[in-house]
Design a binder for this molecule. Structure first.
Ligand code: G1P
Length: 289
């Protein structure tokens, strides 16, 4: 069954980007002329998803404004003859649907995803953490395929030096890596100490989950950091059903902190058909030593 919905948790305070996030949600920071969340949505659409569920906070009304039609703005653009731009604005949410749900209490990622249950319904769904961006939709598309063929949940992983694993969820592989980068998983653990980690494959912000994840999320009790952890819901799934990880070989940008965001903007700018050439020329001329 094709995964139709993607859940994007976006209720966080954006503490690492204060003071900028005092007024502007980090999900709306621009990558070129696109808000960051649209880059993640485009990745979802490219993998055949057509329903985006944004888990937001009532303190971040600007996120809703981005998705809401704005007739006055469209009229102003039409009056100036800026039809192409008006068309781009009309396309936001035209061929896909967006649902906004709220997480009123910041109780953790598992809780945030659980807030999307009604909007998604009883079917497999993707979870996409917007602090990570991928250079293409191929990883998510492959994960959808693995979910369909195995009937079990799938997570994206990245191999990192062991010293870094304690900031992430980590998988416990149950077998070898296949030629196309798929690993069977027997368990997962959230933010283990480096010495206790079952591998150095970390969860990297993309999940395709079967519908039985909902009841595991509902039953969560506080885990690492006292939060309701999505990883803990997945370990219950892995204990009883097929569960796989796909090693990400797409370009990945960690946009969760100012330096990561800046470097992602530059890399994506270089790949942009319009911005790439002048940006490259600017960087070449920079005498950075
Ligand atoms: C979350 C997940 C963690 C995952 C990480 C990826 O952690 O809980 O398993 O590895 O995202 O970025 P957070 O960054 O919210 O602490």
């Amino acid at each position: 069954m094709q995964v139709r919905s993607a859940v994007i948790p976006a209720a966080g305070l954006g503490t690492r980007f204060l003071p900028a996030t005092k007024a502007v949600p980090k999900e709306l920071f621009p990558i070129g002329d696109q808000p960051a969340i649209q880059v993640v949505i485009d990745e979802a659409l490219g993998a055949g998803i057509d329903h985006i569920v944004v888990v937001s906070s009532r303190d971040k009304p600007a996120i809703e404004e981005y998705f809401a039609p704005n007739d006055e703005l469209l009229r102003a653009l039409a009056a100036k003859g800026k039809d192409a731009l008006a068309d781009r604005l009309r396309a936001i949410g035209r061929d896909w649907r967006v649902s906004i749900v709220y997480q009123d209490d910041p109780k953790g990622l598992g809780h945030a995803v659980g807030c999307a249950r009604e909007a998604v319904g009883d079917e497999p769904f993707a979870v996409m953490l917007p602090d990570e961006m991928m250079s293409s939709s191929s990883l998510l598309a492959q994960m959808n395929g693995v979910c369909a063929s195995t009937g079990g949940s799938v997570v994206a992983v990245l191999e990192v030096p062991r010293a870094q694993v304690s900031s992430y969820g980590v998988i416990d592989p149950a077998g070898e890596v296949s030629d196309d980068g798929v690993i069977p998983v027997r368990d997962l653990v959230e933010k283990p100490a480096a010495d206790d980690a079952p591998s150095n494959y970390i969860l990297t912000g993309r999940y395709v989950l079967t519908a039985d994840a909902w009841s595991e999320i509902e039953d969560l009790t506080p885990g690492s950091g006292g939060e309701l952890q999505l990883t803990d819901a997945l370990r219950a799934q892995a204990a009883r059903s097929p569960f796989h990880a796909v090693i990400s070989d797409a370009g990945r940008y960690d946009t969760g902190n100012p330096l990561g965001f800046l470097t992602a903007s530059i890399e994506m700018g270089l790949a942009d058909p319009e911005l790439g050439r002048p940006l490259r020329a600017f960087l070449r001329d920079l005498d950075v030593g």
